[in-house]
Design a protein around this ligand. Structure first.
Ligand code: GUN
Length: 310
């Protein structure tokens, strides 16, 4: 019997040390597959798949994420460009830039890094991205296709979570999955992905949010608990069923003057105590984070393949 289905007696409730789900190793495997795909694509088309990232403003974490995306594109042999724009950029200026990239044949994928400065409406900006280049999967057309069970581009973080579970041998089919967080970029698409028919899905999914009456009652029912609240360490041990699998999507910067950077990263899960009762858990950093970039690269490769098959 799979360990997700096992019920634990009181005797077993203490000191179960969770297996660590290693996102670094699994993402390296995905990146190696993408590299191979890029090589084949270049051989056939005489050009590399390309990603452009548009970054507006001065958010330090966003600058780091975009640098990592750029570096990862280069490592797998893709063409990449970062368009950095000041925080004072108007929404019209941004959408003009996005439209120019829509018709730039060097780039198969366009992403506008979020969050955008407060004076902009991210949902409106996303609508200007050609849905066939929307490798973030945030255009309403791509969100609709996912919900209809005909996914084209799925946001990278949900794809990364699904792939982590698959590579770690965790059975999703029939499992009770509880997702904490209903964002357009993680919670909603992840629910749509895991509830649909098919391999690595077919789960019974519950989505919790700030309107959930008793969060712990819901989370304690989970075979697979996915934390995407953005609130550091908010998922505590008493909220987790012994033996559950815990996936931590959170990545917050917490001030820590003892480190060189002045901060350290924290997930949404209270890692130490939770890892004593979960059967498997993702660390932060080194869990979902590296998978997000790997799956983004995979989306860019697929966008390039789509563009040549049209
Ligand atoms: N900000 C945090 N994660 C993401 C992501 O996956 N895509 C974009 N565009 N912005 C983000």
């Amino acid at each position: 019997m799979h360990n997700l289905c096992r019920s634990y007696g009181t005797k077993w409730r203490r000191n179960i040390t969770a297996r660590i789900i290693d996102g670094k190793t699994i993402s390296a495997k995905v990146r190696a597959e993408v590299s191979e795909g890029v090589r084949t694509f270049k051989g056939a088309e005489g050009r590399a798949p390309g990603l452009v990232a548009v970054l507006v403003g001065n958010d330090a974490a966003s600058h780091t994420y975009v640098r990592n995306k750029e570096k990862s594109c280069i490592e797998v042999g893709m063409t990449t460009e970062v368009c950095r724009m000041p925080a004072s950029t108007t929404q019209d200026e941004l959408t003009t830039v996005v439209q120019a990239y829509n018709s730039d044949p060097r780039f198969d994928g366009i992403l506008v890094q979020l969050p955008l400065p407060r004076h902009m409406n991210a949902a409106m900006v996303t609508r200007f991205i050609n849905p066939l280049k929307d490798v973030d999967g945030l255009h309403p057309e791509n969100m609709g296709l996912l919900l209809a069970g005909e996914a084209r581009f799925v946001p990278a973080t949900p794809l990364g979570v699904q792939r982590l579970l698959r590579e770690d041998g965790i059975r999703v089919e029939g499992a009770r999955v509880v997702i904490c967080g209903r964002s357009n970029i993680v919670g909603k698409p992840l629910a749509a992905l895991l509830m649909q028919r098919g391999e690595g899905a077919n789960a019974t999914v519950t989505v919790c949010h700030t309107g959930t009456r008793d969060l712990a009652v819901e989370t304690r029912r989970a075979d697979i608990l996915i934390a995407a609240t953005g609130n550091p360490r908010s998922i505590t041990a008493d909220m987790v069923r012994p033996g559950a699998v815990v996936i931590d999507v959170g990545i917050s910067r917490i001030e820590d003057l003892t480190t060189k950077s002045g901060f350290r990263l924290a997930g949404d899960v209270d890692y130490g105590p939770v890892s004593e009762i979960a059967s498997a858990i993702t660390p932060v950093p080194g869990g979902v984070g590296p998978m997000t970039i790997a799956m983004l690269l995979d989306n860019v490769l697929r966008a390039a393949q789509l563009a040549t098959s049209r």
